[in-house]
Design a protein around this ligand. Structure first.
Ligand code: NAP
Length: 276
């Protein structure tokens, strides 16, 4: 960057967004890589998001997108990566050199990397239960299948949405089941909690029989939102983790898209973990 010129700008858009760790993560990545950047959090109400993010990206380089804007971010882009297209949502927007916007989704790659590298969870041949069928579940389902799991069972409060996701995946390895039948499904090697119940402070009744002595339980959320699921999982005997590692890994994938270099994630993960 020439001396005296302003650093390239980035932001995370959400509603609310003040809780977001993305500004801290990207600033730490930039410092680690010696890349100057400015990164802020921008709260945009749903009706204002498209206009606000377009105006921002007219001069800025990229944006992360979180709830509730991921679907709109996908829809407004001119180009879409395969990961964004199959999820129907985007958590990364990049301004291309010709001014058009490219959408990408790094949630699935972030989850799989955290599971494999940090949680030491071998995914190959595993029986996986996916709780939830919202935007995040849609983003991670393909990546879990590509990572070599044997079977993906999707259970969602609204059964039709789970069936639609299983149908979209179009594989015999993916199936939808009813929430009220959870008791009869037996145990799983990996349980991924991808509902918003924790964020909303709502109870999520789950039978302990889903867990056996090999089960890894993973909550996509972190902080207070993950506590109820993690407590249930540990009480049932599972090795349990929240989604802080996924957050850092999906951010590193976004950083690599923007800066052409993937930062080391362990120091940033450790920094955030100390503060949690
Ligand atoms: P979303 O699109 O709004 O989907 C919400 C999902 O939660 C739906 O399946 C919904 O079921 C279900 N749900 C909501 N309240 C429920 C309740 N009381 N009981 C059971 N199910 C309930 O949200 P999302 O984008 O998928 O996000 C889900 C979670 O993942 C959030 O906690 C988010 O913070 C987290 N996340 C974390 C990361 C990370 O990097 N760590 C990345 C992405 C998302 P219905 O279909 O029945 O409404």
């Amino acid at each position: 960057m020439p001396a005296g010129s302003a650093p390239p700008r980035y932001a995370v858009f959400g509603h609310p967004v003040s809780h977001s760790l993305s500004p801290t993560i990207h600033r730490l990545f930039g410092k680690q890589c010696g890349i100057a950047l400015a990164y802020e959090a921008i709260d945009a109400a749903p009706e204002a998001f498209a206009q606000t993010v377009r105006a921002f990206l007219a001069s800025a380089h990229g944006a992360n997108v979180t709830l509730p804007h991921k679907g709109t971010a996908f829809a407004l882009a001119d180009q879409r990566s395969a990961a964004a297209s199959r999820a129907g949502s985007a958590n990364v927007l990049t301004r291309l050199p010709d001014g058009r916007l490219a959408a990408h989704n790094t949630d699935g790659s972030g989850l799989v990397r955290d599971l494999r590298a940090r949680q030491r969870c071998d995914l190959s041949g595993r029986r996986v239960l996916l709780l939830g069928a919202g935007g995040a579940a849609r983003a991670i389902a393909w990546d879990l299948l590509e990572a070599g799991i044997d079977q993906l069972t999707i259970v969602n409060r609204t059964a039709d949405t789970a069936a639609a996701l299983a149908g979209a995946l179009g594989q015999t390895r993916a199936r939808a089941r009813y929430w009220q039948d959870l008791d009869a499904l037996g145990s799983f090697d990996l349980i991924v909690h991808a509902t918003a119940a924790g964020v909303l402070g709502q109870a999520l009744p789950l039978p302990p029989g889903l867990v056996d002595d090999r089960t890894v339980a993973y909550d996509l959320s972190y902080g207070a939102a993950a506590q109820a699921f993690l407590a249930w999982a540990r009480d049932a005997g599972a090795r349990a983790s929240d989604g802080l590692g996924m957050l850092v890994e999906q951010a590193a994938d976004a950083f690599a898209l923007w800066h052409g270099r993937r930062p080391q994630t362990d120091p940033v993960y450790a920094h955030l973990r100390e503060g949690r």
